[in-house]
Design a protein around this ligand. Sequence first.
Ligand SMILES: Cc1cc2nc3c(=O)[nH]c(=O)nc-3n(C[C@H](O)[C@H](O)[C@H](O)COP(=O)(O)OP(=O)(O)OC[C@H]3O[C@@H](n4cnc5c(N)ncnc54)[C@H](O)[C@@H]3O)c2cc1C
Length: 476
Amino acid sequence: MSQRFDLVILGSGSTAFAAALRAAELGKTAMMTEARIVGGTCVNRGCLPSKNLIEAARIVYESAHPRYPGLAPARVGIDFRTLAQQKDEIIHGYRQKKYESLLSGRISIEKGHVRFADPHTVEVDGKQLVGEKVLIATGSRPSIPEVEGLSDLPYITSDLLTADERAELIDLPESILIIGGGYIALELGQMFRRFGSQVTILERGEQLLSRGYEPEVGREIEKIFESEGVHVVTRANVKRVGQENGRPVVRASVGGRECEFRAEKLFVATGRRPNSDQIAIERAGVETNNGGEVIVDETLRTNVPHIFAAGDVIGHQNKSQMATPVGSHDGGIAAGNALSGDEPRRIDHRVIPRVIFTDPQVGIVGLTEEQAIAEGHPCWCNTVPMSLVPRAGAIRDTRGIIKMVADHKTEEVLGVSMVGSNAGEVIHEAAMALRFRAKVRDFIDLLHVYPTMAEALKIIAISRFKDPAKLSCCAE
Ligand SMILES: Cc1cc2nc3c(=O)[nH]c(=O)nc-3n(C[C@H](O)[C@H](O)[C@H](O)COP(=O)(O)OP(=O)(O)OC[C@H]3O[C@@H](n4cnc5c(N)ncnc54)[C@H](O)[C@@H]3O)c2cc1C
């Protein structure tokens, strides 16, 4: 028995929901499929639970380390099980409001593992769903490196934040070893440290955030982490993993020296890979690249004309990023292109602001210096410390830096990276500026509210022309 739909969607995450809603707006039917929990990674085990618990950890840390003389440190008691439970309430509420309640006559979900049977048909637990058009939105999962012994012992992944699944971590580990120094390792590593765990991060590169970021960013975060007692080990090449007395032991070569690391829990945070390998994609004839990313063109169409793909499953194709707003934006575009019959809309990944929710936050948009040079721009760039930003001084939080990259000839701003209080909010000004191809002077001429962290953008722009350390208040 088979059922027919205008759009069959593999997955039910934020990308899939955006596509299903667009299909319904166009008066079409959409059927999603889900092997795990409706709503996908962001709401169930990604953005939402991590940001919920990171904020709780910030409260604990700030109470114990007040920045103001005159405020006495206070110890906030931690009941980790209750914290984990309150996170589940938030997940359940959001899942209901933003996902489950959107199911309607036109939008439905079939639960179970989905695989292609042929280019128009997928199978879920023996049921056949036929799509006039098909969207692959199966997201990504933690990518596990091939390390001797790793498959023989229990370890945790970013799935630890889940609710309603066995991978959830409900007891606070006394110590935790993290393999990987990317954004998930940093966000959760600092969180665990602030809750009281001993945390060691083993990073293969020369520094944290070693790929795709300005080098100043990783170095700054490393300094801040060390000051909080997070043990960061760079140039750590993990060779073998074993167990002693039921606890993980990691053997690594650190800058050529053999070292052993022990902890109660091992957390593998070595990136994410697209979920394209478990859906019998070859039966649909859809091409993927070596990294498993589904190959799409600028309209999100695969090599099979009626099959589209969007979200984490396309990885970094077309300068995409694995982030919820990117998938949601593109999911709607893919469904529109598949179903509307209008001129296909092209995706625009030129400006994607990103944030790492460490404390202080990291906000990034556009090109790094290295990328700008590689693209042939004659480059102007500069970095200034947050101590030059009046608000940072006023609130006694001068941690961080801001770096701007611009084209030396045209003065167009090409990229901004900021480590600092509220960088996640500030970066939106830079993103809008990049969208409209603003010049260095535009950041100077825009009147910024005093004293705000957004003034960091004005100050770094001023540094193009004069020494920002010699400014009076907010004068240029
Ligand atoms: C710890 C963590 C923190 C994060 N924080 C942020 C953040 O702060 N901000 C941000 O923008 N992004 C964040 N992300 C990334 C964000 O969660 C993802 O980019 C986003 O959820 C991807 O959406 P998607 O719809 O493409 O895929 P997903 O949400 O992963 O949805 C795909 C769905 O398809 C299902 N599926 C896969 N294969 C099959 C199959 N064969 N059969 C049936 N179902 C299948 C999966 O179970 C999943 O539910 C975070 C991720 C993690 C892990």
